[in-house]
Design a protein around this ligand. Structure first.
Ligand SMILES: [Zn+2]
Ligand SMILES: [Zn+2]
Length: 713
């Protein structure tokens, strides 16, 4: 006897859907419905992915309750089905990708009341000169109502808002969607051409790569296009990297588009995320700005997707469903029949390869908007100096500060020093659980592993030889901050890294201070290098390229090129000409020569040729099977067996090989490389073999997963 069942995705890490029959006296809920189902001794929220007829069996239980019928539309379910297959993830990931947290719970979620706050007449007239935080809030609200989340992001605490509400200075309102629209700058001919080219495709799918050098005004191009689509009542979805999604960007978008933006990222509360999700789904959210997870937002009337800084690593999810937000966004646009714009000053080789293959259209912006010029580049050979701050670099810093400029120093290492070494026997402080040195931090004083988070106190003497002569080797941002403060006592030195900037508000406040234009020195990690507009910076310098020159990761030269151009691009953005310095002990390295002798696109096209010759991504498709365990042997043996399952004449199988960091957090890590010229074939083949992989003897003793298009090795 056959039975009609709903195939339901539930949030468990098992590689299958589960069958449920209809509840008594009811028909099966439609596909896309959110349901409550019994699962073992628990009840779970599930999504109906499909219907099927199966052999009746006593273990098939009925659905307990229908929560919402057809909540997720077929287009999103189809997108997920593709991701599930391509990224080889359990179907239960549908719950975390397609539903906001509040809808993953079994308990009903209470809708929140109005989340926006506006000034009252009383607030407008109030004298708050003795309450600076309240005065700041009033200033922000003078431009129009703001969501609580935005005020929080701007550093205004809920206690202040509560007090102001109680005093009648502000009130809760439904946020109006129309703001005063601000005209942007006039577009230059290149920008106009790019906008026209995008708009020509507005009725169909097209992927356009907008490659514009730093400062060329890519955002103004997106916004010009977005405005036209908004005027036709279409929604615009803008994806940005985690670090790049600042209130500053959101504000700029809102001003230009004359409409409130709905933001969607992991820093929001569950209630705020649900609200944003609902607004996107019913079309009230006209402009949505979010991080990679926003690519799965339901959209009532989509018209355009933009992926800003498309080369950024944060678009790739590193756990669970290991999807790439940019690539999924392209697929989504294709399924919706709308254009997508990928923007970057330093496009990924993946996107450039798609241009070469004719899949993406390339639009270039080769001039800086407003006539600003690119900085002069210069390499400082630091052999023979202590390698921390070169004398010539100090001189250059002094010169730029004296001329009233600001200075930006990039060093992608936080902490005081990357290594603590014994000057007598050469002992170094290493992490017990990782193949890594412990980083020396001074405030607070400790040794910390940046890979597993382990912390130790700093030993007073060398544990090996007993010598008290323990010394730092190299310099992280914390040590640089100290050195610069000593050397330039009259100028503020701001450190920008995860230790110094713990909240979004810290960074936002610092950027506001820096934009006043007073001379200062910024020293920081990649947080600093990402697209922030810092018009008074005239000198940018990069202090650590040497590690990247010798990295075992095949993506290292690409990332180096992107970092160098992004950091260089921070200098000289306004009328003042800029200077860019690279401090290195390897001035003759061919990669540096290639970087200096060409623009980014020329450099990238040479890297692409090398990747093609080596049959590496994006020329060939790469999938990794990763395996890790507390003992090395089971992790390795699992991959030996997996290699046997996966062997095929159309696929190159290499490994098991140790991961670049072979031990991390106490786990031994290995990988199997699967390379193929035929992407579809590789994906099909892995899917055909996945059940066999799950049946391998060590499959339950080790942690393992498939990573398609891996970003880290
Ligand atoms: Zn020693
Ligand atoms: Zn560690």
């Amino acid at each position: 006897m056959t039975l009609a069942v709903a195939q339901v995705a539930v949030p468990v890490p098992l590689p299958r859907l589960f069958d449920y029959s209809a509840a008594a006296d009811q028909s099966l809920p439609p596909v896309g419905s959110r349901v409550l189902v019994p699962f073992g001794s628990r009840r779970l929220v599930g999504l109906v992915m499909a219907h099927a007829d199966v052999e009746a069996a006593p273990n098939i239980k009925p659905i307990e309750r229908l929560l919402e019928p057809a909540l997720i539309d077929s287009s999103l379910l189809g997108l997920f089905a593709w991701c599930r297959r391509y990224y080889v993830c359990p179907p239960g990931e549908a719950i975390s990708l397609l539903l906001p947290g509040a809808l993953r719970r079994t308990k009903p979620f209470r809708r929140q009341a109005a989340t926006a706050l506006a000034l009252t007449e009383q607030g407008r007239a109030a004298d708050l000169s003795r309450a600076p935080r309240q005065a700041e809030t009033i200033e922000l609200l003078k431009q129009g109502p703001r969501e609580r989340a935005e005020l929080k992001a701007a550093g205004i605490g809920s206690d202040i808002l509560r007090r102001m509400l109680a005093e009648g200075l502000i009130e809760a309102v439904d946020r109006p969607t129309v703001l005063a629209e601000q005209a942007g700058p006039n577009l230059n001919p290149e920008q106009r051409q790019a906008a026209t080219a995008i708009l020509r495709q507005r009725h169909r799918f097209a992927a356009l790569l907008l490659a514009g050098i730093t400062g060329s005004g890519k955002t103004e191009v997106y916004l010009r296009v977005a405005r036209r689509l908004l005027a036709r009542d279409r929604q615009v979805l803008i994806l940005a990297p985690e670090i790049g999604l600042t209130p500053q960007l959101v504000r700029r978008i809102e001003k230009r588009l004359g409409c409130a933006a709905t933001v969607y990222h992991s820093g929001l509360s569950e209630g705020e995320r649900l609200e944003a999700w609902q607004r996107a789904r019913d079309g009230r959210a006209r402009v949505i700005v979010g991080t990679r997870s926003a690519v799965f937002l339901p959209l009532a009337n989509p018209g355009l997707i933009v992926v800003d800084e498309e080369h950024d690593g944060s678009f790739k999810q590193q756990d669970g469903a290991r999807y790439h937000g940019r690539d999924v966004a392209v697929l989504r646009a294709a399924r919706l029949g709308i254009p997508i714009v990928l923007g970057s000053a330093t496009p990924s080789l993946e996107s450039l390869n798609n241009v070469e293959a004719g899949r993406y259209q390339l639009l270039t912006l080769s001039e800086r908007a407003g006539g600003a010029s690119l900085p002069r580049w210069q390499v400082l050979d630091s052999r023979g100096s202590d390698g921390i701050l070169d004398q010539r670099l100090e001189t250059a810093i002094e010169k730029h500060l004296e001329a009233g400029g600001q200075v930006l120093l990039y060093r992608n290492r936080r902490g005081y020093a990357p290594v603590l070494i014994c000057n007598d026997c050469g002992w170094q402080a290493d992490c017990r659980r990782c193949d890594a040195h412990m980083t020396w931090h001074q405030r607070p004083a400790r040794l910390q592993c940046h890979h597993c988070g382990a912390e130790q106190r700093i030993p007073p003497r060398c544990p090996d030889c007993g010598s008290p002569r323990l010394a730092p080797l190299g310099a992280g941002t914390e040590r640089l901050e100290g050195l610069l403060t000593e050397r330039f006592p009259d100028v503020p030195v701001h450190r920008v890294d995860r230790d110094a900037m713990t909240g979004r508000a810290d960074f936002e406040n610092l950027l506001a201070t820096v934009r006043t234009g007073q001379p200062c020195i910024l020293v920081g990690t990649q947080m600093l290098a990402k697209g922030h507009h810092l018009p008074a910076v005239t000198l940018a310098a990069m202090l650590d390229v040497d590690q990247a020159l010798f990295s075992a990761d095949f993506r290292a030269p690409e990332r180096l090129g992107q970092a160098v151009h992004q950091v260089a691009g921070r200098a000289g953005r306004a009328e003042r000409p800029g200077q860019f310095l690279i401090q290195t002990r390897n001035p003759e390295h061919p990669l540096l020569a290639a970087l200096l002798n060409d623009d980014y696109l020329g450099y990238a096209s040479r890297l692409l040729v090398e990747r093609q010759a080596a049959r590496l991504p994006p020329a060939h498709t790469l999938a990794l099977i990763r395996s890790e365990a507390h003992q090395a042997e089971p992790a390795r043996q699992f991959l030996v067996a997996a290699a046997r399952c996966l062997r095929h004449k159309n696929i190159e199988v290499a490994g098991p090989i140790p991961a670049i960091m072979t031990r991390r957090s106490g786990y031994w890590r290995f990988q199997l490389w699967l390379q193929s010229a035929n992407r579809t074939f590789l994906v099909d083949h892995i899917n055909q073999q996945i059940d066999n992989l799950h049946k391998l003897p060590n499959a339950r003793r080790v942690r393992w997963h498939v990573d398609m298009d891996p970003a880290e090795l």
